[in-house]
Write a new protein. Structure first.
Lengths: 327, 327
């Protein structure tokens, strides 16, 4: 009996790869000796801070915006985002010569707000605790005839993020190795859903793990429960990019089928990982981008003898925060 | 008429590449869109901060130490270095199970001293202004029967560093592009000599440029004069890795033949480049490693329409210094 077809297929990711090829960075797959020696197994890093806009989000945004028919492009695009999706949409819109309006939380890192404006987008701020960003975005979209570019719960966005996994699979194949364990962070779950789709298509035995900040563990809870569950965290984490309260519907339909488990890392473990990446890897990782590495370094992943791939999803961190984290 | 044979050949670099293959990182060649758009031409970065020990120096050190006959290895190795060669030698010695003693200036960045010790080496400090590091190293070598591993003026060291250029040439060939301009920093000149040898062997038309901190421009002066000239700087530069007072004899024999010119960047321009690499490239570059990028960003290189390759030679920078540079 065939399994039911999931909302995003490997063919969708192949198509996204073709759309992205002229514009996205094909990030390398790194395997730093210092990390392999520290962890005692072969570790591969997918450094998405080297992607255009400093995070993987450009991939999904560009794939989504490219699908908008030419006639509808004049209305522009609207997105809501804590920062990395904002930059991805703004940069994609700039390349495609579309107007972009981004609804961002007022407490998003200054660098993310400034960089979003730098790509020519208009930024509308909202209060993360009191206002509904989706409602604000939909209202703007309605008034302007703009297309909404969702941050994760959209097949084209997921397929775009899936090119991260496709590149990992290709590069591991060139090395003659199978990725035994693949770890990526999740906020709404678009990245890990896309990565899992691409990896599982070529390596059905691979174990896919979603990494979350301690407390903000809605994917981990949902995977255990077999249905979408919100996290119970109140307050904040330093992983500003990973604060969605519940997995997406479309992303969870994929993740429930393809992921093995969730793991978490505390803010202190994430800070240590950001510092390790600075001192030893010479890479700038933002807290949310380092949560998988943090879990690895803290010993939360059973790695013995396996080929472990960690997605470092972004590097957009404010100077002050970074200086604090590395000291 | 054939030109006289230089002290290091392309074949020596091929041999070094074979020796290094199991241990050195084959660093990727990056071409960040944000940099291409900023400079208005195609720029390629060779990020040697991703090399083992955080700089290119591991390459030359490992190639040199590997050449020591097994019978002589028991005496260990001695080196003098402001930091990156120290780590390169220490890490190479650790892999080859040799004892390493490193003579370092007392004002070398703390991180470089600590990291050198971390590879199992003994560190002997000296006063940069009052003591002769070569004499100290030779004295230790004599007493212990140790082999001296020079930082640059040695054909095996130069051949090791040349693998940086060999990889650039290979990766550009895969892209179907010729490197029109290749820029690398110099202290004693080993890196640029090796890179120039490898690049010129495949791309005789390439323009090779040596980058130096303003004032510490001994290569620039020497190239103009046609003979080795010291720089006239007094005091310090933030480029702690690039303070040698005069080009090496062997390196200059190569560089005088293969380099087109020297360029310099001020400390302020270097600081701006370190900040740019942090914010936009998400790479940790040390000041000395950023001097070529600094010259590029400051407009000191005539790049119009050309393929420009910049070697970022290392990323070993103290936390406090880095926090200051990026703020």
């Amino acid at each position: 009996m065939n399994a039911p077809v999931l909302p995003v297929t490997s063919a969708d990711i192949d198509a996204a790869a073709r759309v992205l090829a002229p514009f996205a960075v094909r990030t390398p797959l790194l395997s730093p000796p210092v990390l392999n020696e520290r962890v005692g197994t072969r570790v591969f890093l997918k450094p998405e801070m080297l992607q255009r806009t400093g995070s993987f989000k450009f991939r999904g945004a560009f794939n989504k915006l490219s699908s908008i028919p030419p006639a509808a492009r004049a209305g522009g695009v609207v997105a809501f985002s804590s920062g990395n999706h904002a930059q991805g949409v703004a940069a994609a819109a700039q390349i495609l010569k579309m107007r972009a309006t981004i609804v961002m939380p007022a407490d998003a890192p200054l660098s993310k707000r400034e960089r979003t404006k730098g790509y020519g987008a208009e930024v509308v701020l909202y209060d993360r605790d009191r206002e509904d960003r989706e409602a604000i975005a939909r209202d703007i979209a309605g008034k302007r005839g703009a297309t909404l570019a969702p941050p994760y719960d959209d097949p084209l966005v997921i397929a775009g993020q899936g090119t991260v996994g496709r590149e990992i699979a290709e590069d591991m194949a060139v090395l003659g190795l199978a990725p035994d364990i693949v770890v990526a962070p999740a906020s709404g779950g678009g990245l890990i859903a896309g990565v899992a789709t691409a990896i599982k298509a070529r390596y059905p035995q691979a174990v896919l793990i979603v990494a979350e900040p301690a407390g903000f563990d809605d994917h981990t809870r949902s995977l255990r429960a077999g249905k979408r569950e919100p996290h119970r965290a109140e307050g904040r984490t330093i992983c500003d990019a990973l604060m969605a309260s519940i997995p997406g519907e479309i992303t969870f339909a994929i993740n429930a089928r393809l992921l093995t488990q969730g793991i978490t890392a505390s803010d202190a473990e994430v800070a240590a990982a950001v510092g390790f990446a600075f001192r030893e890897l010479k890479l700038v990782v933002e807290p949310g981008g380092a949560v998988g590495l943090a879990a690895l370094l803290a010993g939360h992943i059973d790695v013995g003898g396996k080929n472990v791939v960690i997605v470092l999803s972004g590097g957009n961190v404010d100077t002050d925060m970074f200086a604090k984290l590395i000291s």
